[in-house]
Design a protein around this ligand. Sequence first.
Ligand SMILES: [Zn+2]
Length: 145
Amino acid sequence: MIQKRRVPIKGGYFSIPEDPLEPPRLLGSRCQRCGEHYFPRRAICARADCLSDDLVDVALGPEGTLYSFTFVHMPLFGSSNLEHMDGYGVGQIDLPEGPRVQLPLAGHKEDYFIGQRVIAELDKMREDGDTEVVIVRFRPTGDKK
Ligand SMILES: [Zn+2]
């Protein structure tokens, strides 16, 4: 099977590695003055005692720890992927660099528990000719789909 070209649903939030087996990274910022990390990217540090504008782009993850999660029983908005029609999970994931992000989860409610190690992956929303429009989501580590 030929790998279709993958494009992000919106640029600037996650990477798309050329190797399909390599996990995507979240595109964030690191404050050069106080060391705080942010996702999504910021131009100014949000710490009231810092407020530096010396931030650099950094890649975050791809692994994290599940802080909380839920599953909703309605189709994922904007998706034509049949896998999304019965509903989808939403997790709050603590990244090793600090930020807590909220992103979709793969699979089913039974696959998850609080404190679980999860890893980012790309997920197809729809196809457009020879292109796949993708989002980033998390799945349990070691659980290849
Ligand atoms: Zn700062």
